[in-house]
Design a protein around this ligand. Structure first.
Ligand code: IMP
Ligand code: MG
Length: 182
């Protein structure tokens, strides 16, 4: 996609900035896991664009697998309920697992995934996120690698969606408030 679609307020990270950061984080991961193989687990669908780009810059044996989750609110509207909608294809027992997220916001999703995956006896379990919005964190969860910290605005692009749209933007952008329902 090249034309800026309606609904976009401003570009936060350009394609070039994203590419540069992913190369740097890929090199960090390569150093951290030197001599080992790493299994990247992507959370569908938002992390797909980031995960595939990242694998191109990890100079180690790499495997990939995916899971999908659905999050919902409880009766009082509080967030934080998460369940697995599509599970991994393969076991992670004994493997060095890197969970790859598009964005960490409240931390509820990440905490749930870490609890679930750590119960499957991986050799190690770490977290890599494309975007991190630490200002909205409610539950603390460890982040080992991240590309960018973001402000408290709804963002789309490079995998992140609004109503399933905008994932294919090559940049990350702030959505206009009237679109994002802020
Ligand atoms: P949390 O950390 O459990 O609050 O949820 C993070 C999830 O909320 C992410 O994996 C996204 O699916 C979604 N999300 C949070 N902020 C944004 C955003 O700015 N744009 C698109 N999706 C978002
Ligand atoms: Mg997500």
């Amino acid at each position: 996609m090249s034309a800026t679609p309606p609904g976009i307020e401003k570009i936060l990270f350009t394609e070039e900035e994203i590419d540069r950061r992913i190369r740097e984080v890929g090199a960090e991961i390569t150093r951290a896991y030197a001599g080992r193989a790493v299994k990247l687990i992507g959370v569908l669908k938002g992390s797909v664009y980031f995960l595939t780009a990242l694998t191109r810059h990890i100079e180690l044996p790499v495997k990939i697998d995916f899971l999908a989750i659905s999050s919902f609110s409880n009766k009082s509207g509080a967030p934080g309920l998460v369940r697995i909608a599509k599970d991994l294809d393969d076991s992670i027992e004994g493997e060095d697992v890197l969970l790859v997220e598009d964005v960490i916001d409240t931390g509820f999703t990440l905490r749930y995934l870490l609890q679930t995956l750590s119960g499957r006896a991986p050799n190690s379990l770490a977290v890599c996120t494309f975007l991190d919005r630490t200002s909205r964190r409610i539950v603390q969860a460890p982040v080992d690698f991240r590309c960018f910290e973001i402000p408290d605005r709804f963002v789309v692009g490079f995998g992140l969606d609004y109503n399933q749209l905008y994932r294919n933007l090559e940049y990350v952008a702030v959505l206009k408030p009237e679109k994002a329902g802020e």
